[in-house]
Design a protein around this ligand. Structure first.
Ligand SMILES: [Zn+2]
Length: 370
């Protein structure tokens, strides 16, 4: 079957900035809009992820703005392929015109540099989704990873709550992938709009801190939120995670050095893709089936994390491959209507609700530049 695809989380903008890749043409890596279109891609959240090392030099916001410039340049360069997905109505309009709705996201709240004004500037620049925290803990929110200091709140601080309220008011979708359990619960309490976990799996299927517990899945469903099923194999499968750790420690992997960080990451990813034991895509289905059971089938979507991961399940090697997952899910008993919801409708509904009536996003048609 063929369904339109809304991918809630991809990291491809980094390739555009650091390697000069034009995402409107066929490139290396996992995702560009040409291969995406072959796979049915009609909306995609292109995130600005900033390495926390840039916080040390107070350049996190500046680096984020550079990535956002890449997003806006992509829209300008390829108007026949991609258009600004600034709210639910614009996303649907793009789809009806046969265009991909490009949605700008920020992954990791360190890019707003503890400033609601900076958050608003990014909104004005086009950002409509923010993953509150990445793997590094912040003064106002704890990550799901270990290593938090004594000053890190368990969940959200008062400022963290203000960030969520501000996002609700502007019309920016709140994303809880990477957040600590307490930050998840605090955000659900504060947010008056549905939230998503854009790229996560299920802890009951594979016990990993980046995956959601059954209680979190139920709560996400009850609050009209959506989990985006991730393609990151270490989150999906313990055996695969262990095999990847061994390979990453190998001399062969270490020896790959392309002279710059981004090029080295993608070269090493190619090595891992070839060398690691393949993970069948039915493992992604296991997580989707469990999420549908707990959260409800209307609360499951797709968030591949393409170009942010260094190993994909077999059959999902790039953005032209979404239909293979749809076919596998058909075999697991989902109806075509349910699959249209998982690949498109559920995430589109949460995005429309977060950016809709009563928000600034609902009023705005096009981004200014940051
Ligand atoms: Zn991530």
């Amino acid at each position: 079957m063929r369904t339109p695809v809304f991918d809630a989380h991809v990291d491809s903008l980094q390739r555009a900035l650091d390697l000069g890749d034009d995402l409107g043409s066929v490139t290396g890596g996992h995702l560009d809009l040409v291969r995406g279109r072959i796979g049915g891609l009609q909306a995609v959240v292109l995130v600005c992820w900033v390495d926390p090392v840039h916080m040390e030099t107070k350049q996190a916001g500046a680096r984020c703005a550079q990535l956002l410039d890449q997003y806006n340049a992509l829209l300008e360069r390829h108007p026949k392929l991609v258009t600004f997905g600034g709210n639910g109505a614009l996303v649907e309009a793009a789809r009806s015109r046969g265009l991909i709705a490009g949605i700008a996201g920020i992954e990791g709240g360190h890019s707003i540099e503890e400033s609601l004004e900076r958050l608003e500037e990014f909104f004005e620049g086009g950002v409509r989704v923010m993953t509150l925290v990445w793997n590094n803990h912040l003064s106002w929110i704890r990550s799901c990873r270990e290593g938090a200091g004594p000053d890190t709140p368990q969940g959200l601080s008062d400022f963290g709550r203000d960030v969520v309220r501000k996002m609700n008011q502007l019309g920016m979708l709140v994303d809880l992938s990477h957040a600590s359990d307490q930050a998840f619960w605090d955000t659900l309490e504060v947010s008056d709009r549905p939230v998503i976990a854009s790229h996560s799996g299920c802890r009951a299927v594979n016990d990993h801190p980046r995956n959601l517990s059954d209680d979190q899945l139920r709560a996400l469903g009850e609050s009209e939120g959506v989990i985006g099923a991730v393609f990151c194999t270490p989150f999906l499968d313990k055996g695969c995670a262990e095999a990847l750790v061994r390979l990453r420690e190998s001399e062969e992997h270490e020896a790959i050095d392309e002279g710059n960080e981004a090029a080295t990451f993608f070269a090493r990813a190619r090595f891992l893709q070839e060398s690691a034991p393949p993970l069948p895509l039915t493992r992604v289905c296991d997580h989707i089936c469990h999420a549908a059971e707990l959260a409800g089938v209307e609360h499951v979507g797709i968030g591949s994390d393409y170009d942010g991961i260094d190993h994909t399940p077999q059959g999902l090697e790039d953005a032209s491959r979404y239909p293979a997952l749809a076919a596998a899910l058909l075999g697991r008993g989902f109806t075509e209507a349910e699959l249209e919801g998982i690949f498109w409708g559920n995430m589109a509904r949460a995005f429309a609700c977060a950016t809709g009536e009563g928000t600034r996003a609902a009023e705005l048609g096009a981004p200014a530049s940051v």
